[in-house]
Design a protein around this ligand. Structure first.
Ligand SMILES: N[C@@H](CCC(=O)N[C@@H](CS)C(=O)NCC(=O)O)C(=O)O
Length: 220
């Protein structure tokens, strides 16, 4: 039995998508990020009370990047990881971790713009700074694509399920118009049957109430 502990439209989507790309049978236990259900007993599965957590092979794993490496090794024949010795391995590892450099910017913006109980406590300076830093990571990803269909030159991989999810959350804060490679890449990954199966099981996100959050002082 494989069970994914999941919040719709959160980083646990990366694992949901990878499980679908691997064609595995699994259950989903869904949580609401705001109702306290990620605290208390759940922290026996994930110490900081974060998703994803994955029950598999008699244990529970947390951290989406670690889960990606484990699943890729467990299903090496599917070719979604890059084993030691494969030329694209260094770039594969880099991307698994770069995904969190980008996601940490999205997370800070979510905290400032969505989750603060009192929106007046948000800092315009922090929002502007972190939005610029998020744009910087997107510009870096745009350069890395460099005309390729997927992030690695040797084809689709779990680096795409790690990084790709970010491209569905980042546009709430940074428009993708200046990044044509990213926009085309996002459409390409969204067209994959594995992505579509994952999206069908994801559940509705409940935190973004607008399509785009402009910088403070530029709304109007
Ligand atoms: N580095 C972790 C981050 C996990 C994480 O922060 N997940 C968020 C959802 S995107 C979460 O569970 N947040 C709940 C909270 O902060 O209370 C990973 O990649 O798995």
């Amino acid at each position: 039995m494989i069970r994914l502990h999941h919040v719709p439209f959160s980083r646990s989507f990366r694992v949901l998508w990878l499980l679908e790309e691997l064609g595995l049978d699994f259950e989903i236990q869904q949580y609401d990020i705001r109702d306290g259900s990620l605290r208390g007993r759940f922290q026996e599965l994930s110490p900081a009370g974060r998703v994803p957590a994955l029950e598999i092979d008699g244990m529970t794993l947390f951290e989406s990047g670690a889960i990606h490496e484990y699943l890729c090794e467990r299903h090496a024949g599917a070719g979604l990881g890059r084993a030691p010795g494969v030329p694209s391995r260094p770039r594969f590892l880099e991307l698994l971790h770069f995904a969190e450099t980008m996601a940490s910017c999205i997370e800070q913006l979510n905290l400032q713009r969505i989750f603060l109980r009192d929106p007046a406590q948000a800092s315009a300076v922090v929002i502007k700074l972190v939005t610029a830093r998020l744009a910087g990571t997107l510009a870096g990803m745009e350069r890395m694509l460099d005309g390729r269909d997927y992030l690695l030159e040797d084809g689709f991989s779990a680096a795409d399920t790690m990084m790709g999810f970010n491209l569905f959350a980042a546009p709430y804060y940074v428009r993708l118009d200046p990044f044509p490679e990213l926009a085309a890449y996002r459409d390409r990954i969204a067209g994959r049957p594995g992505y579509q199966r994952a999206r069908a099981r994801d559940g509705a996100q409940s935190f973004y109430t607008r399509d785009f959050y402009p910088l403070p002082g530029t709304e109007g």
